[in-house]
Design a protein around this ligand. Structure first.
Ligand code: AKG
Length: 203
């Protein structure tokens, strides 16, 4: 059943808190992903509201291979530990739904804005693998679709999904230990994409 954040306005975002269309794929070993195309409806309205409310910054001096670079995307963060409400109430509802579904307490939200085809994030695995043994990372994408790629540590063939417009993508098991992921630059023009990443700091 799609859960509506507000009774006002037909374009208000709604998401499926039953995860009825979620499909899990095993990537080998203990690694798995779950992909739910169109998990959130009304993603344009969520994108616009977040653009109005978030204070995006560009991180500088980010280590990339053997250099320090300006990160080629903008980011913003929300942490439960700071004691403030989420920038939008629906993000609290989504956090609760993901926490129930994955039996973890998602307590931080990272927002990554890829303004156009020149923005990207290089191959990496999430750092919180160093203090969470079994991390689950949930990525809700709004705005234009961009390829999201995964490859096993050490390189080789990559797997690609197009993520945007309300798609939900979850990485779990050994994904942050055995695999890397990236959002590559594109040659052709792309409109903006915002990824909303939910993480948990324990377990
Ligand atoms: O934007 C995405 O879909 C991926 C984000 C990501 O990998 C990260 O911020 O660590």
């Amino acid at each position: 059943m799609f859960r509506q954040a507000s009774l006002f306005g037909s374009s208000d975002p709604v998401f499926d808190d039953t995860f009825a269309d979620t499909a899990r794929s095993t990537l080998g070993g203990t690694s798995w992903i779950e992909y739910t195309p169109g998990w959130l409806l009304g993603s344009d309205s969520l994108f616009d509201d977040l653009m109005d409310r978030l204070d995006f910054r560009q991180r500088t001096d980010v280590p990339m291979y053997d250099r320090l670079v300006d990160e080629p995307r903008l980011t913003a963060w929300w942490n439960e530990a700071d004691g403030r409400a989420e920038p939008l109430a629906i993000l609290g509802d989504i956090r609760a739904a993901l926490s129930a579904e994955h039996d973890r307490h998602f307590d931080s939200i990272g927002f990554n804005l890829y303004r156009d085809q020149n923005d990207s994030v290089a191959w990496h695995a999430d750092r919180h693998r160093h203090h969470v043994t079994d991390p689950v990372v949930a990525i809700l994408s709004v705005g234009q679709s961009r390829p999201f790629q995964m490859r096993q540590n050490g390189g080789g063939a990559s797997l690609t999904w197009g993520l945007g417009d309300g798609d939900l993508f979850v990485m779990g098991g050994g994904c942050q230990h055995e695999w890397q992921h990236c959002v590559p630059k594109r040659r052709r023009h792309c409109g903006p994409r915002l990824s909303i990443t939910f993480r948990h700091d324990a377990r």
